[in-house]
Design a binder for this molecule. Sequence first.
Ligand SMILES: *Cc1c(COP(=O)(O)O)cnc(C)c1O
Length: 403
Amino acid sequence: MMHLRCNAPGCGTTLELHVHALACPKCGDLLEVVMERPQREPCDLKKIWRERRASHRVLDQSGIWRFRELLPFDYADSDVVTLFEGNVALVRGFKSADWAGVTDLRFKHLGWNPTGSFKDLGMTAAITEARFTGAKTVACASTGNTAASLAAYAARGGIQARVYLPAGQASANKLAQALDFGAEVVQVAGSFDQALDTLLAQSEADLQFLNSINPFRIEGQKTAMLELLEQLEWNVPDYLVVPGGNLGNSSSFGKAFRELKEFGFIEHVPRLVIVQAAGANPLAQMWRSGSGELWPVTSPETVATAIRIGNPRSWRKALQAIHYTNGVVMDVTDAEIGEAKAVIGRDGIGCEPASATTLAGIRKLAAAGEMDRDARIVAVLTGHALKDTDYIIHSQEQRAGSV
Ligand SMILES: *Cc1c(COP(=O)(O)O)cnc(C)c1O
């Protein structure tokens, strides 16, 4: 039976799948869904997943639920809360590759999802599960994108949404989305980390917390890597590059690669590269120092507001993913992020600042000789360009002013 298990080494407490617990009742560490080997062979499933793209069944049209054999899926079709997320483009970045000094670069644009960020992939799974287990209200702390996504999917599922945002720090565009979808917005003084602490201190009956420590969100996000590999005809790239904030996304990708390899879908895994912003870089600092414990950054600062996070909750899982994939953790400055973002724009693609850490990171690794020029690279763009229009206008004004 599929179940939840505590992720802490040496604990291993297990729980039933649908209990709704955010943390291990014994040691407080994060939980994860333990997947079972699917009943069908990998080659059959690859064919079925692809064929579902031509199906009109709602479940098959979602880029998440069409991979349901690798998801916790005990639902009837009508239980699923979906906005047809997933199925997004894998697009080559020619100018971006030139700028970074590499030859084979593709962007997996998860910002081209219903609410404009990858958060939709996890949210369809988490809201479906919350409704299935009787939640009346769902809540999250957010730097903006989780709030927008939670608000949309809760509205879709007929559940009340409450979002905690760091006052004055989330982009106006993201706040507007949350309001548009009818969420109750609570502004908290301080940073995202403080907003999350405030949220976790609440406890009300019928209220479920859907931050990325929620194991169902990790499951939904995992499918981005299944879809990517399908688009690459299951030819595994050399590198998969992703921005790191609270580190749920990196964790989910690591889990995807582990399961795909263990279940025989792929023979080896890509090297995972996690890129943080230099002002919010606790994992990169820990990686460089070789220490085994994460020291939070107390006042995280970066223009990439989606990753302005000093105390990432999923750091252990992300680190396991780095070890499993022989990966790399690094950071880039706000200036590097700004340059990279402008180049991605010139490719006609666009993204929000946090996503541009990937291209900045690739350039840095290539320049240092740590990434082969001809390596096959996929960078994950996490958010849409229209998520943070103030940033674009201000940086263009600055550029115009400096000529
Ligand atoms: C949430 C988010 C991130 C960070 O993802 P984590 O899972 O918290 O590491 C990066 N970019 C964008 C646009 C996001 O919305």
